[in-house]
Design a protein around this ligand. Structure first.
Ligand SMILES: Nc1ncnc2c1ncn2[C@@H]1O[C@H](COP(=O)(O)OP(=O)(O)O)[C@@H](O)[C@H]1O
Ligand SMILES: [Mg+2]
Length: 304
């Protein structure tokens, strides 16, 4: 599938190569080094083909996250096309629970993608205790972020705790659309995604909206249960812990999202979001309701 537009008649990877300076791209990025107005502060994470750094924007005087493909990939057309696709997808998304793209361009031969710097990932946060109310606030935002992407016909395909970034005031944002695809009815046959949160059918190479629903359901399950069911999904570890303090409606919604059979799940996150928005009291503690509480106001604000 080649849906990439061309820049000035050149395929995108070619046009990026025009900017490449061979010496710049070969050097690795050290703490303290400069890329135009960004000063590298530290390395944050390493993914499939890119490294993410915390950096200081010296003009705006604030911290940012820079996603930069590994040297080995910066001359590989396929990877540049992938990164370009990720950037173009993210540029289309504007939602309070999706990490906003701030900038993307070539600096000293590096393709640099710039985002606001978060505090940590949900994966990091899960190593510490989380109250039911906080977990619910996150869950609501997570569902609305994926619903929004699905509404725009975008499959994420790699929903997992490490791809949600946390900010102050309990804001959580989905990122890493590196594996994302604009859904056009055809399925591509790569089984990529992260084992652990990927659905059985995605592992077989057939991801759909229902596969994102499954992964999202598992991340939320983990938020409340501390553990997740694993293939072949016949055991529900932490199920009693999951149910503690949660309303039956909410637990039923999660169970439906993580049904091993795709046809029994929500057809997409929009359908899941619709069900969520009708659950007035997701916690058994009725002092927290989705309408009229702190959770609720953030909920309606983020849905609107
Ligand atoms: N905006 C950000 N703020 C803070 N940390 C981030 C940010 N973006 C990414 N990270 C860190 O870098 C890791 C990899 O980033 P990600 O976008 O998921 O790329 P990859 O494709 O390499 O997985 C994340 O899991 C997280 O630890
Ligand atoms: Mg990632």
């Amino acid at each position: 599938m080649n849906v990439l537009p061309r820049l000035n008649g050149l395929p995108v990877a070619e046009s990026l190569k025009v900017f490449r300076s061979d010496d710049g791209a070969a050097a690795s990025l050290r703490v303290g080094s400069r890329l135009d107005k960004y000063r590298i502060v530290r390395r944050l994470g390493e993914g499939g083909f890119a490294t993410v750094y915390a950096a200081q924007d010296l003009v705006e005087d604030r911290k940012v996250a820079l996603k930069i493909p590994h040297n080995a990939y910066s001359s590989n057309e396929q990877s540049l096309d992938d990164l370009q696709r990720e950037v173009r997808i993210m540029a289309k998304l504007e939602h309070p629970s999706i990490l906003p793209l701030k900038d993307a361009r070539v600096i000293n031969g590096h393709f640099v993608v710039v985002f606001p710097l978060g505090d940590e990932t949900l994966g990091d946060r899960l190593t510490r205790r989380l109250s039911r109310a906080t977990a619910m606030d996150y869950a609501v935002q997570m569902i609305s972020s994926v619903a929004y992407a699905h509404e725009k016909n975008i499959l994420h395909r790699d929903i997992k705790p490490e791809n949600f970034i946390l900010f102050p005031d309990q804001v959580i944002q989905l990122t890493d659309f590196g594996l994302a695809r604009i859904e056009r009815g055809d399925h591509d046959v790569s089984g990529s995604g992260t084992l652990g949160y990927i659905s059985p059918e995605q592992a077989m190479g057939k991801p759909t909206y229902r596969s994102d629903v499954f992964s999202l359901g598992l991340v939320i399950y983990r938020l409340f249960a501390g553990d997740i069911p694993e293939y072949p999904f016949d055991r529900m570890p932490g199920y009693n812990r999951l149910r503690r303090g949660l309303s039956k409606d909410f637990v039923d919604m999660i169970r439906k999202a993580i049904d091993p059979k795709p046809s029994k799940r929500f057809r997409d996150a929009v359908a899941m979001h619709n069900v969520m928005s009708k659950i007035r009291y997701p916690l058994t503690d009725r002092s927290v309701s989705l309408k009229g509480s702190a959770v609720a106001s953030s909920y309606t604000r983020r849905i609107a």
